[in-house]
Design a protein around this ligand. Structure first.
Ligand code: FES
Length: 277
């Protein structure tokens, strides 16, 4: 492969990588971006292979013809011409090296741009839901839940009154005999008259809990059968869930409705994202 062809391959790679950057910055087009990435990587690869092939072509066995001594007339001119050709070759290689560096730099630029697609860091947003002190518990149809309205040993799904249908704030409200609850004093106080609420999101992989086993007073996840003991802080007693369901602290409002006394005791959902890193 000639050095001119190698240079052309590197130039194609540079132009394609710059084009890829421009297309991404303008909003992106998967087909065009794919084609440009192919050209950028292909040009770089073809150029490198061609250049390496040219260098390796000089290797191998060579036999230099034996010269007569003293030098024949004209040998001096041959030596000068050979030297000048070598200088020209060094110049061409320098150009190729610069083009190669340009191609790698342009590809690097194109690779850095997609970092923008990661968006902003979520910060503490994942640790909070829309529950806050004083927000009333409502059912899926928006009806506020009155203290005592729920039958003993039954459950219902509740949402914050201003965020009905929320994926992360959904909770299960269960009414049990208050004397059967085995919770630390502060959490017991957050379960008025046996009304205890936990996050509805399983701590294994985030499936919504949909089954209350009244006989054993346990919540079961339909995905992998993790089972949580309602009376003992919803700690897991079976299945792959690694930690208890976060509790939603409750209080009773002046109108007799159940209200949140704050947000969940812990971040809700799968526990893998807040493991120590
Ligand atoms: S998501 Fe609940 S057990 Fe797997």
């Amino acid at each position: 492969m000639s050095e001119r062809a190698v240079a052309v391959a590197f130039v194609v790679s540079i132009l394609a990588a710059l084009g890829l950057t421009a297309v991404y910055a303008a909003g992106g087009d998967p087909q065009v971006e794919g084609a440009l990435l192919l050209l950028a990587l292909g040009g770089l690869g073809v150029g490198l292979l061609g250049w390496a092939g040219g260098l390796l072509a000089h290797l191998g066995e060579h036999t230099e013809p034996r010269r007569r001594h003293p030098a024949a007339d004209g040998d001096g001119d041959v030596a000068v011409a050979t030297f000048e050709a070598g200088v020209a070759e060094v110049g061409r290689r320098r150009l190729l090296a610069r083009l190669l560096a340009g191609a790698v730099a342009a590809l690097g630029l194109a690779a850095v741009f997609p970092i923008r697609s990661l968006g902003s860091a979520p910060g503490s947003q994942l640790a909070r839901t829309s529950w806050r002190r004083g927000v009333r518990l409502v059912t899926a149809d928006g009806t506020p839940v009155q203290l005592g309205a729920l039958e003993l040993n039954t459950f219902t799904t509740v949402f914050p009154e201003d965020d009905v249908g929320s994926a992360d704030a959904q909770a299960v409200l269960i009414r049990v005999d208050p004397t059967s609850l085995q919770l630390p004093p502060d959490r017991l106080a957050a379960a008025p008259q046996g009304h205890v609420a936990y996050s509805k999101l399983c701590t294994h992989a985030g499936c919504p809990l949909g089954l209350y086993l009244a006989a054993t007073q346990e919540l079961r996840c339909p995905c992998h059968q993790s089972t949580f003991d309602v009376l003992r802080g919803a700690r897991p007693v079976y299945g792959p869930a690694p930690k208890p369901l976060p509790q939603l602290p409750l209080e009773v409002g002046p109108d007799g409705t159940l209200r949140a006394a704050g947000d969940f005791t812990e971040p809700v959902g799968p526990s893998w994202w807040d493991l120590p890193r």
